[in-house]
Design a protein around this ligand. Structure first.
Ligand SMILES: Nc1nc2c(ncn2[C@@H]2O[C@H](COP(=O)(O)OP(=O)(O)OP(=O)(O)O)[C@@H](O)[C@H]2O)c(=O)[nH]1
Ligand SMILES: [Mg+2]
Length: 296
């Protein structure tokens, strides 16, 4: 699934390595837990995986390495959540793209627009310049819109993001467009501000369009490891996140973050960003992901 094959080979080969030794289950469990933590799965979830593995191995009386490995794979399969995030036709879908500074929100909006357009899922979607806070954010989104041949709805810098998104939804209705991709400011808000701002956006959009499908999508830089989990926790507590997009999967990320987010927070992963170009966005597949982190 991902271009970033090489990066994970060492992780998967390390995992394979511990299963090659003569079976000494206690040593295997210990090594496995260390490796999972090293792979950014996080201490708590790594512990849970190994505990589950111990239970399954004991109850199924598993004796050989290969079967233990298969059991590990099955556990990860239960832990990792994926979702298909595509706009419905004949409805106005509003995707609010959230996240802290610099994770890749604006770039991801351009990639999503390109992906949906290329796949015939949302022709002519509208980009809403809801980051009215950072200097040049509006210009950045407008430039993407221009390159992709899409409409952008923008107000002045410093204006109310809810008003921008409201106008974008109105424009979607008027032009029979089924998707609004809304950029938002990347401040690490205090929780209360975040809640207030997003509640207002959701309220205003729902008022404009009662049957609009509003999705809150959190962008996380996959190279930030456990810090990304903390971000997901904050945003999810504050506003409830529908899906996560992991960016910068092409760089030095250790990938385990998808397991933690799924298992700890119950949030599915929808897409993975693998580069800076418009076409470097891939729907997340948990089968491919697990094959990649563990090896086939
Ligand atoms: N390598 C790589 N770079 C990415 C990816 N996604 C985004 N970037 C880069 O990350 C940088 C920040 O991206 P932006 O889209 O501006 O991030 P943002 O979250 O909108 O940033 P703020 O608006 O400042 O909060 C840019 O240089 C992007 O090209 C990705 O999947 N892989
Ligand atoms: Mg931005």
């Amino acid at each position: 699934m991902f271009k970033a094959k090489k990066k994970n080979q060492s992780f998967s080969s390390k995992i394979k390595g511990i299963f090659k030794n003569d079976i000494d289950l206690d040593a295997l469990y210990e090594d496995l837990e260390d490796l999972l933590i090293e792979g950014d799965i996080g201490a708590i979830v790594s512990y849970e995986i190994v505990e589950k593995l111990k239970e399954h191995v004991a109850s199924k009386k598993i004796k050989d390495n290969e079967a233990v490995f298969d059991e590990l794979k099955a556990i990860l399969h239960d832990f990792v959540l994926e979702t298909q995030l595509v706009p419905e036709a004949d409805k106005v879908n509003v995707y609010l793209v959230l996240g802290v500074n610099g994770v890749g929100k604006t770039t991801t909006i351009a990639k999503l627009a390109n992906y949906f357009n290329t796949n015939g899922l949302a022709k002519d979607c509208i980009l809403a310049a809801g980051d009215t806070f950072r200097a040049a954010a509006i210009e950045q989104l407008s430039l993407h819109a221009q390159r992709l041949g899409l409409r952008v709805v923008a107000h002045q810098s410093g204006s109310d993001p809810a008003a921008v998104i409201y106008d974008a939804v109105e424009s979607a209705h008027a032009n029979k467009v089924n998707l609004v991709l809304a950029d938002t400011a990347g401040r690490m808000h205090s929780k209360q501000n975040l809640v207030n701002e997003l509640e207002k956006i959701v309220r205003v959009v729902s008022k404009k369009s009662e049957d609009a499908i509003i999705k809150k999508i959190l962008v996380i830089d996959s190279t930030t490891g456990q810090n990304g989990i903390a971000q997901a926790e904050t945003f999810n507590d504050a506003v409830g996140i529908d899906a996560v997009i992991l960016t910068k999967y092409d760089s030095k990320s250790k990938a385990g973050i998808a397991v933690s987010i799924s298992k700890k927070l119950g949030i599915p992963v929808a897409y993975v960003g693998t580069g800076e170009s418009y076409d470097s966005l891939i729907p997340f597949s948990k089968d491919d992901y697990i094959d990649e982190i563990l090896g086939k």
